[in-house]
Design a protein around this ligand. Structure first.
Ligand SMILES: Cc1cc2nc3c(=O)[nH]c(=O)nc-3n(C[C@H](O)[C@H](O)[C@H](O)COP(=O)(O)O)c2cc1C
Length: 389
């Protein structure tokens, strides 16, 4: 797969670093563009105090010259402003593992005598680096008219009513709300629920929907499991901390329907063939089918709660309550851009695989051919074959 990236960071270390390799030459890129996505990860209803300290900005250290990608690895760095508050200070031992975090399993696995190294790396602070990488991939996709947007459909059990609302409307309405929920009535309920959870020392989870428009037919493949587009998306989405479930299209709802009502009928249309519905979320057999791609992700109520949870102090063996450090109440709204980022990364990779080439100039004409090769061109002979003579 042409695109790969790695991040390295500790939550309160000096900086977050990401290296993205495989981006073709000729893509205009600057720090202001990346900042547009980073700022979205820093705000929203339910955000904790850390984000008031950080003013995330990715510095481009390599791979871009005169404002254009060169085809070389792109190195990005985000300085942690909070690092100054930790540098040189003795930090009390962290010995009370928090249920729902990597704390206990990571301490056992790596033999730590303090939970701090586990929580520093497992912290979702790292997702800022992924958002920066995602912003580069979004810029690549936008070059071909492909857009990735997301919104909140539920928080704390309050579910939005979105029927009849286009993806564009859902996305633009979500951007105007602190909750990232396009339905104003539900957004009000969510705001109140987050306030209540805050006062009670609780946290809230929710559901995020991502919609991708403008995708051509043919990204991903049915030929092997690890080339399936849906499988690649699921891995990326589940790779985001606190995301515990993913469905492509109406996957769970479809389980209750008979087969004839669960699929998207193929019908003649003005441009050849079209679909009567899009319950499969734009992916069939692991391949994009030209319809908008959409998926849902379930985010758990995050595990750092001000209200203590039962645990055991690993230094003393005594039963204890979890120790609370500054945390979000509900990061679901600001996780929207994180999910957009990881989806954009997978799709940029899949598109590059399909197009081949080392520069945008080389890819553009190939994309135009791919775009034109719609279902109108599908003509079969209708003759029998002897496939295994
Ligand atoms: C954008 C974002 C912000 C998060 N903020 C917090 C937080 O403030 N406190 C917390 O306990 N978990 C937070 N999480 C979730 C934890 O990082 C995650 O639950 C934890 O690392 C355990 O991983 P797991 O839930 O995937 O098993 C956040 C997740 C995301 C995506």
């Amino acid at each position: 797969m042409p695109l790969r990236y790695l991040t390295a960071s500790e939550s309160h270390g000096p900086a977050l670093t990401a290296i993205l390799e495989g981006m073709p030459a000729g893509l205009p890129l600057d720090e202001d563009l990346i900042a547009l996505d980073l700022v979205r990860r820093q705000s929203g209803a339910g955000t904790g105090d850390r984000m008031a300290i950080e003013k995330d900005r990715a510095q481009i250290l390599a791979g871009v010259m005169e404002g254009v990608t060169t085809g070389a690895p792109i190195a990005l760095q985000l300085i942690n402003k909070d690092h100054a508050n930790w540098k040189g200070k003795a930090v009390p031992a962290y010995t009370t593992p928090r249920p729902g975090h990597a704390d206990l399993a990571a301490a056992v696995k790596y033999g730590y005598d303090d939970i701090r190294p586990a929580l520093e790396r497992a912290s979702a602070r790292e997702t800022a680096a992924r958002v920066a990488v995602g912003a580069v991939c979004r810029a690549y996709l936008n070059t071909f008219g492909i857009t990735v947007g997301g919104y909140v459909t539920a928080i704390g059990g309050h579910a939005a009513t979105l029927e009849g609302l286009s993806f564009d409307h859902r996305i633009s309405r979500a951007r105007a709300s602190e909750t990232q929920c396009p339905d104003p009535d539900t957004a009000d309920l969510i705001t109140k629920a987050i306030g209540k959870a805050h006062d009670a020392g609780e946290t809230l989870g929710g559901i995020i929907e991502i919609a991708v428009q403008g995708l051509p037919v043919g990204l991903g493949s049915h030929v092997n499991w690890d080339r399936r587009l849906d499988a690649r998306l699921a891995q990326a989405v589940l790779g985001v901390p606190a995301i515990k479930g993913v469905e492509i299209g109406n996957a769970f709802d479809n389980t209750g329907k008979p087969g004839t009502l669960a699929h998207d009928a193929v019908i003649p249309g003005p441009d050849g063939l079209q679909r009567r519905s899009n319950a499969c979320g734009g992916v069939e057999g692991g391949i994009s089918n030209g319809e908008p791609l959409w998926l849902r992700a379930a985010m758990k109520p995050i595990p750092s709660t001000r209200k203590g949870q039962d645990t055991v102090n690993l230094a003393t063996g005594a039963v204890s309550l979890t120790y609370y450090e500054r945390s979000d109440v509900c990061p679901v709204p600001r996780a929207v851009v994180v999910l957009e980022a990881v989806v954009a990364i997978v799709l940029a990779d899949a598109l590059m695989e399909k197009l081949g080439g080392d520069s945008i100039a080389e890819m553009k004409p190939r994309f135009d051919i791919l775009r034109r090769a719609t279902f109108a061109d599908v003509r079969m002979t209708g003759q029998p074959h002897v496939f295994w003579p």
